[in-house]
Design a binder for this molecule. Structure first.
Ligand SMILES: [Zn+2]
Length: 244
């Protein structure tokens, strides 16, 4: 398991909870001693154009730092997906998040849809035929869902309960890669107040188990929500322990 991270992800680029000072610092401290860190490149504008309109891209471009960091977050997702394709499971410790970004609009602290750009790029380069996106953030990834609604090659699933995830995976067709929109805002000590740290390990285990018959080791995750700075590290670690 590798962690995709860039020092610039620490920058405060906006006044929202995903962009707050120090949000990733504790997670970095928890993960750094145990995992190999890999630095991503910036996504190109052509990469972003796979999923967003020029008008949307131009709007983000008005704010230089936000634009650069949004390209870097998408680049982080791309890097994680490429590692996964090479059978190196990877976690993108990235921000801004992306799952509320649609083709021509965005909200919910998201600008470019990182996971969607990464999956579409692999498709576009004929590196995969199909993909499964599992989103366990507290919030429904309306951006990702909308982008792939008409695309039968990419399935988007937003987790309900753990039991629901288990059932869904039992019925799921095999796929070439699994992308996880990993939001940790459902945690007991976060906004949702629902899941324990141990539950993230369970989620990881279920996904790992499904992948064995489908696309072994071709799993990547990217950070979405999660606003308890102290719990982000332990929760990510729990997920990764389940996925290993
Ligand atoms: Zn969320």
């Amino acid at each position: 398991m590798k962690i995709v991270f860039h020092e610039r992800y620490r920058e405060v680029y906006s006044a929202d909870p995903a962009a707050t000072q120090g949000r990733l610092d504790r997670a970095y401290e928890v993960l750094k001693p145990e995992y190999e860190f890999v630095e991503p490149d910036y996504a190109s504008e052509q990469d972003i154009q796979l999923m967003h309109t020029d008008a949307h891209i131009d709007r983000i471009k008005q704010k230089k730092q936000l634009f650069e960091l949004s390209l870097l977050a998408a680049g982080g997702a791309i890097k994680a997906s490429e590692l996964a394709l090479a059978k190196e499971p990877a976690f993108g410790l990235i921000r801004p998040p992306g799952h509320h970004a649609s083709k021509n609009s965005c909200w919910g602290f998201c600008w470019f849809n990182n996971i969607a750009v990464a999956i579409e790029k692999l498709k576009n380069e004929n590196k995969i035929d199909n993909a499964l996106i599992i989103d366990f953030d507290l919030h429904f990834g309306d951006g990702t869902n909308g982008m792939f609604k008409q695309d039968e090659r990419v399935s988007y699933y937003h987790m309900g309960t753990l039991e629901d995830l288990e059932k869904t995976l039992e019925q799921q067709d095999s796929c070439d890669i699994i992308g996880i929109s990993a939001g940790f805002d459902r945690h007991l000590d976060d906004w949702g107040g629902i899941l324990s740290t141990q539950d993230y390990q369970e989620i990881g285990k279920m996904i790992k188990e499904f992948s064995l018959n489908s696309c072994p080791d071709k799993i990547f995750a990217v950070l979405e929500g999660g606003y308890n700075h102290d719990m982000l590290g332990p929760n990510i670690k729990a997920l990764l322990q389940g996925l290993k």
